[in-house]
Design a binder for this molecule. Structure first.
Ligand code: SAM
Length: 164
């Protein structure tokens, strides 16, 4: 079952410090077909529906060059998640696992990431496939897939460092 806000058998919640959200700026909004967490995919799929990522001003200029990448990482804020569980029971059967050993949306800082296929860039909007979030989910960042990206800046000593 998808979690709304309930605590399940053997799950453990803590009293978290008041959130400050680290001063994040939402740079856009994600438009998907899903309006309920009960309907969202658990993880996006490459052959899933085309979704729209709308970028807000003044960040639209930051899309320059993104069309060169077939895959991009999308980083988003799972804004409807609870944030206080350290042990979770995804199967709701009394067995638990630590939050940091899960990709659950329930986490102290509810950041979601998906590697998506870039279908098209239409002005300030990206069309992508591979998302799993609710319609209206706030966007934190976009990055080219690290496998398709080569650093443009000159190498640094750490780039050649190996071992202990
Ligand atoms: N792909 C991301 C990841 O691995 O970091 C997110 C995975 S998370 C398991 C996806 C689930 O989060 C969806 O199935 C839905 O139940 C939930 N979800 C989607 N959008 C959300 C939102 N805006 N707020 C809270 N939960 C959301």
């Amino acid at each position: 079952m998808v979690r709304l806000q309930e605590i399940r058998a053997n799950e453990v919640a803590v009293e978290p410090p008041p959130p400050t959200d680290a001063g994040l700026v939402f740079i856009g909004r994600i438009r998907t077909p899903w309006t309920s967490r009960l309907d969202c995919p658990r993880q996006g799929r490459r052959d899933g529906p085309t979704c729209r990522i709308e970028i807000f001003e003044p960040w639209v200029a930051a899309l320059a060059g993104i069309e060169a990448f077939g895959q991009i990482e999308v980083i988003y804020w799972l804004d409807q998640s609870r944030r206080d569980l350290v042990l979770q029971s995804p199967r709701n059967d009394g067995t638990t696992r630590g939050t940091f050993a899960l990709r659950s949306p329930v986490r102290p800082n509810p950041i979601g990431t998906s590697l998506v296929t870039l279908v098209a860039v239409e002005g300030s909007t990206l069309l992508v496939r591979g998302l799993d979030c609710l319609d209206g989910t706030p966007l934190i960042d976009l990055k080219p897939d690290r496998c398709q990206f080569s650093p443009l800046a000159a190498p640094q000593p750490g780039d050649f460092q190996t071992g202990d």
